[in-house]
Design a protein around this ligand. Structure first.
Ligand code: M6R
Length: 616
């Protein structure tokens, strides 16, 4: 959730921190703040509730003097509402120590009582201030900030990334992480810390990953990492594969608009280098052939949109690799004594690679003996590092809270995995593999066709529907998860009630919701696939139309059977049935974005949400 940035180096840290926060704001936007050790050696703090723009205003009216050491924070509120007092940084040790935090300190209440018994007065409702006071107290004993961190982090339960800077130590920022992300950026004579590389990618693409339960001390051009016991640790280096321009809006009205326009590229980049002479080979999976031959079950774990991509992936994995697949919400998996074994492959899917629910489920699966594979979009993030193998989606940075291009890339990666495993297990006939490779290769052009030919009409439709209070989505087979995704996207950014249903389930209850004028999107399967399935969905359309529903069909070009019954038809190019979801979802992404825009809402930063859910 919250975004964290730290800097030490020769440049004015205020500008670097605020620019870093602007790139991290997608992680949380309830409040923002910075602390800088200014040239006079004093710790200066500015913090404001609301979006980063309010902090910028505060800095314009009340600037901080030049300083070269500092930390910055953008908050998604957990403990304590989004007020100025609860905004980070929090101060301790006579206001000479500033601390910022991402995560939840689960035992904060007892620690707070302990401090209150010693006479400490708290100014905020946050768990973070408790950590700040504990570090301040430990620091007073030794005058060593790293030692103070070591003493305190070992007493904290839960999830935290903590950064601190102290007036006594200009040129030093100390950080620690447990179950929450932190990466280091290495510049020329300057060093950065960030919740993710977006915090510093405009300055450097050389990065180091901070491992679980590690403490890091950065000085200009220097890094020291130790574990929570004080043993030296060698952090893992990596290069960021994208540059700052990729994380800019680049002239688009919103990040979401830009990211939807990048859906063709996200699929193309995910497929690139993974098709060889009509065969799918994912180089990252080399060496796992024997394991793949021996697995008897796949469990897919994810949350939100990533979970829906897993539901689509199940169809492909079962069809091409012939292995039973269960897809589970990660937060449900962990707490129900799941049954997995050494012959289970657990596949986690996460754009951010930091979703706490997914991370914890992966750890639980590993503890129970399963092999874990992560499908992830973010290099250097925690879930891939905690997994035995990783297949990266190469969608590029996704900034808008609503996931779009990552979703199509996740389905693509799952298809690559299904085709790779199917080949290794001898379950995939060569002609099926060749056809699937061709279909995968053709997807980017087909998505582009939708953007070029149907975007305007879909936006117009969204504009007309701006006053709608409820929208339903129906789909069958691979169209069912697409209906769920269409509904989630609409809820998330337009705050309209939306539900997705399996079309076959309609008669078992949801049809009672249909009343005259109720808009219903229907993802229609191709008549060239299972003709029965197509006919059944057309019958479903008739059933709800008879009850007054307003039908918006998403159907392939040339499907004339839907024309008499649908009020609107949004066209998608022809594709084999398994590849239709990657096309059918595009108009739904455009529709949600169009409707939120028509309502005048912020499509990139919807209320109450954050891009990366790093608390359970
Ligand atoms: O980073 P992740 O893919 O693990 O995130 C999972 C969900 O939180 C995420 O997909 C969420 O549902 C999106 N905001 C949906 O648009």
């Amino acid at each position: 959730m919250c975004g964290i940035v730290g800097y030490v180096g020769p440049r004015d840290s205020q500008d670097i921190l605020v620019a870093g926060l602007a790139r991290l704001e997608y992680r949380g936007y309830d409040s923002a703040g910075i602390a800088v050790i200014d040239e006079g050696g004093s710790l200066a703090v500015r913090k404001r509730s609301g979006k980063l723009a309010r902090l910028r205003e505060a800095l314009d009216t009340d600037p901080i003097g030049r300083g070269t050491t500092g930390i910055g924070h953008t908050r998604w509120a957990t403990h304590g509402g989004p007020t100025d007092q609860n905004a980070h940084p929090h101060l301790a040790d006579g206001d000479r120590l500033a601390v910022i935090h991402n995560g939840i300190i689960e035992n904060f209440s007892e620690l707070r009582k302990e401090l209150q018994a010693e006479g400490v007065e708290f100014l905020s409702d946050t768990d973070t201030e408790v950590a700040a006071q504990l570090i301040g107290r430990a620091y007073r004993e030794t005058g060593d900030l790293v030692a103070a961190f070591r003493a305190v982090v070992n007493r904290l339960d839960g999830a935290f990334t903590l950064l601190a800077t102290h007036e006594d130590h200009p040129g030093l920022v100390v950080g620690a992480r447990r179950n929450s992300p932190l990466v280091i950026g290495l510049g020329e004579g300057e060093t950065f810390l960030g919740s993710d590389v977006a915090a510093f990618v405009e300055h450097t693409r050389h990065a180091l990953a901070v491992g679980q339960d590690e403490i890091v001390a950065i000085r200009p051009g220097q890094v020291e990492v130790t574990d929570f016991s004080g043993n030296a640790v060698e952090p893992q280096p990596f290069e960021v594969s994208w540059d700052a321009a990729a994380a800019d809006k680049g002239g688009w009205s919103s990040f979401m608009a830009k990211e939807v326009s990048e859906e063709p590229e996200a699929v193309a980049n995910t497929v690139r280098g993974r098709i060889h002479d009509g065969e799918i080979r994912v180089p990252e999976l080399d060496g796992l052939d024997d394991f793949f031959r021996g697995i008897d079950r796949i469990v897919v774990l994810a949350c939100g949109t990533a979970y829906y991509s897993g539901l689509v992936g199940k169809y492909a994995l079962e069809k091409w690799a012939r292995i039973p697949v269960d897809v589970e919400l990660a937060h449900e998996f962990r707490y129900r004594e799941p049954i997995v074994s050494a012959s289970t492959l657990v596949v986690s899917i996460s754009q951010s690679g930091e979703t706490m629910d997914t991370l914890m489920a992966v750890k639980e699966a590993a503890r129970l003996g399963a092999k874990t594979l992560s499908i992830c979009n973010t290099q250097g993030s925690t879930i891939p590092r905690e997994s035995d193998a990783v297949v990266y989606t190469h969608a590029g940075p996704e900034v808008a809270v609503a996931s779009t291009k990552a979703f199509v890339a996740q389905i693509t990666a799952l298809y690559l995995l299904a085709l790779h495993v199917g080949r290794v297990r001898g379950a995939l006939p060569a002609d099926v593999s060749a056809e699937a490779s061709e279909q995968l290769g053709a997807l980017p052009e087909k998505i582009q066709w939708i953007l070029d030919n149907e975007q305007e009409r879909t936006e117009q439709l969204a504009h007309w529907m701006a006053d709608t209070r409820s929208v339903l989505f129906l789909g069958r087979h691979v169209g069912y998860p697409i209906a769920l995704e269409g509904a989630l996207k609409l809820k998330e950014i337009s705050y309209i009630h939306a539900e997705g249903f399996a079309a076959g389930e309609l008669k078992h209850g949801p049809i009672a919701l249909i009343e005259p004028g109720q808009p219903v999107f229907v993802v229609v399967p191709s008549p060239r696939g299972s003709i029965t399935m197509h006919q059944k969905v057309v019958s479903n359309i008739e059933e709800i139309r008879a009850r007054g529903a307003r039908i918006i069909a998403i159907a392939e070009q040339g499907d004339s059977a839907v024309l008499p019954s649908a009020d609107e038809v949004l066209r998608i190019p022809l594709a084999s049935p398994l590849f239709e979801p990657i096309l059918a979802v595009v108009p739904l992404h455009i529709f949600a974005m169009g409707l939120a825009t028509a309502k005048g809402l912020d499509v990139d930063q919807p209320r109450n949400l954050a891009k990366s859910v790093t608390v359970e």
